[in-house]
Write a protein of this length. Structure first.
Length: 285
């Protein structure tokens, strides 16, 4: 017996207006392709197979964004539908207009089993979105430990950066994902890699007030006095944020309180200018 979703989709096609029918086969084909993708999105494998077996639609028919039925099934975690589409020859490496692939959808949505299957089916590990982000960066952003582990095992490039110069390590650092930071470091990440503004992972973590990440990066050997393109250090970021805990940590770890940025100001100068008495005490210890 056909599923309720399949029946609903079929009804939708039957109710296409007479005007649409007169418009010809091309418009009708578009409606069928849309229904096919909806079926994949909701996991109606029976409907998906019906459209394919009756030759009503191409397996990789895309919407206006370049999204295929496989991508929609992956995004929603519809495992059996994904298997059916792959068995029918769906292109595992098809890309949307934004550069997304089935693998990037799996990675950012936390579907570890699907990620593993796509990799086994030949998904390109290093493909990037238009913003330059790969699957490792996306999984790192959302603290998806199991997927990060899978991608690293398969050889994901921990030194790759997006169009803003952010690496997976930086993305994990700014989000405060301590375990991901450690995993990526163990895989050979460059602690001193810099984004387009010249900031390191340590500076980024301090600016985001992620104390646990800052502690870990220092433990791993990050340069505590690294400066970005404007000469800003992690300590200066802590003072700008009026974070006494971060300022105290960095001072205790040996940060140079007298180091000056390109504007000629030190962390001490910034604290004085902002009347941050508590921070001044910490900086003058």
């Amino acid at each position: 017996m056909k599923s309720s979703v399949f029946l609903a989709i079929s009804l939708m096609l039957l109710l296409v207006s007479p005007l649409a029918a007169v418009a010809g086969e091309e418009e009708s084909a578009d409606e069928i392709a849309k229904a096919y993708r909806i079926a994949a999105s909701v996991g109606d494998t029976e409907a998906v197979l019906h459209y394919l077996e009756t030759n009503q639609v191409e397996v990789d028919a895309v919407n206006r964004f370049g999204k295929t039925a496989l991508m929609m099934a992956v995004e929603n975690g519809n495992f059996s539908t994904i298997v059916a589409l792959l068995n029918r020859g769906a292109d595992v490496n098809s890309r949307t207009k934004g550069g997304c692939t089935a693998l990037t959808f799996a990675a950012e949505n936390g579907h570890s089993g699907i990620t593993a299957m796509l990799l086994e089916k030949g998904a390109h590990l290093h493909d990037r979105t238009k913003s330059g982000q790969d699957s490792l960066m996306l999984a790192s952003r959302y603290d998806l430990v199991e997927i990060v582990d899978q991608l690293l095992f398969k050889g994901a490039d921990v030194k790759a950066s997006d169009k803003s110069g952010n690496t997976a390590l930086m993305i994990a650092a700014i989000k405060g994902h301590v375990r991901i930071v450690r995993m990526i470091d163990e895989a050979g990440a460059d602690l001193e890699s810099r984004d387009r503004e010249g900031a390191t992972s340590l500076i980024i973590a301090a600016a985001s007030d992620k104390q646990d990440v800052v502690e870990l990066l220092l433990e791993l050997g990050a340069d505590i006095d690294a400066q970005d393109n404007d000469g800003i250090t992690a300590l200066m970021e802590a003072v700008y944020n009026r974070s006494s805990s971060m300022t105290g940590l960095l001072v205790a770890k040996g940060a140079n309180v007298g180091l000056k940025c390109n504007d000629g100001e030190s962390a001490l100068d910034i604290a004085r200018k902002n009347d941050a008495e508590e921070l001044l005490e910490l900086l003058q210890q």
